[in-house]
Design a protein around this ligand. Structure first.
Ligand code: PSU
Ligand code: MN
Length: 314
């Protein structure tokens, strides 16, 4: 069941068929399952995202490394196993060779998932918040940003995580040639926060308009992702001041505990959950499921309009 001619990647047969037939597919990451959310919420959210996609007529393609194989599309029992596996690693781009070579399992970050999704031929991807430039350590820049510059995929997310240096993250996205647009909003959302006040260069109000931009990008042969930033649904957002308080608390704890590198993002997220009585988790759940819904709309539109790309007409 490997993708034809690509022994490094194992694409589920239902997805290979959907991609061959031009049916809509949305890829999902899995570091959010293994490191981003606590059990049992992690499995519940992963299944809810897949179910939202299926209800919209879209094939879900959760990406992960299972026993040393880079997998695109998991069975529900495999999702359950990954969500409960205490030894599942956080797998970014640099970890892929190690996990594959040593037959380990891990949840793939946005960076590693985009790599696999693009290689499998998937055009739309959904997640919670992309990585970025960390506050106080401007050299800690998520590999997500480099990979977003290299993969011409539509990435639906709620902006970058609130724990990051957002103005710096926006600058790096620009440098990498990533097109950032707001979904029915003019200012950047940041994960639990619906509106950071940071202006966005472009706003999109429906999937038809977005599809025109995607086709223009493809006709030019540009490699950058188009990132669609979707605010957390009404009533689920946390306030800016409250999130700043949580971020400061979480960063101070991380400093005291000498947490660095790959462990930092998961540590900050769980510290914020603890200090908000779980309200950050409710927001996280709501935005992940909502982003899957928006990604489904976009994937359906892109599949429907695929026959009319400027490239093919011209
Ligand atoms: N979105 C979420 N929760 C998460 C993440 C994203 O709602 O846990 C993960 C993604 O997998 C992202 C990673 O790629 O955090 C970024 O980690 P780092 O900053 O170490 O690159
Ligand atoms: Mn990092």
């Amino acid at each position: 069941m490997s993708a034809a001619g690509d022994p490094a990647l194992v694409v589920a047969p239902r997805l290979a068929a959907a991609l061959r037939e031009g049916r809509p597919v949305v890829a999902l990451e899995s570091a959010v399952i293994t490191q981003g959310l606590p059990r049992p919420l992690n499995l519940e959210v992963a299944l809810a995202m897949e179910s939202v996609l299926r209800q919209a007529g879209v094939e879900p393609a959760t990406i992960a490394v299972l026993d040393g194989r880079l997998r695109v599309g998991l069975e529900p029992t495999e999702l359950e196993h990954l969500a409960g596996a205490p030894d599942a690693r956080k797998c970014s781009l640099r970890d892929l060779p190690l996990l594959l070579g040593s037959r380990l399992s891990g949840g793939t970050t946005v960076a590693a998932s985009l790599f696999a999704a693009h290689r499998a031929g998937i055009a739309v991807f959904a997640t919670g918040g992309i990585g970025g430039v960390h506050r106080g350590t401007p050299f800690d820049v998520s590999a997500d940003l480099d990979e977003l510059g290299r993969r011409p995929i539509t990435v639906v997310c709620s902006g970058a995580k609130s724990v990051l240096d957002l103005p710096a993250t926006l600058e790096v996205l620009e440098t990498r040639g990533v097109t950032l647009v707001g979904w029915r909003c003019d200012r950047l959302p940041a994960f639990y926060v619906a509106d950071t006040g940071l202006p966005l260069g472009a706003r999109v109000d429906d999937a038809t308009q977005l599809a025109r931009w995607v086709r223009a990008r493809d006709a030019l042969g540009l490699t950058g992702a188009i990132v669609v930033a979707v605010p957390v649904p009404d009533g689920q957002a946390l306030g800016v001041a409250e999130v700043e308080r949580l971020v400061d608390l979480a960063n101070a704890e991380a400093r005291d505990a000498a947490i660095q590198g790959a462990a930092l993002t998961p540590y900050l997220l769980s510290a914020m959950a603890a200090h908000s009585d779980g309200r950050s988790l409710a927001a996280n759940r709501a935005l992940l499921v909502n982003n899957a819904r928006v990604a489904a709309e976009i994937a359906v539109e892109l599949a429907a309009s695929a026959g009319a790309t400027p490239a093919r007409l011209g």
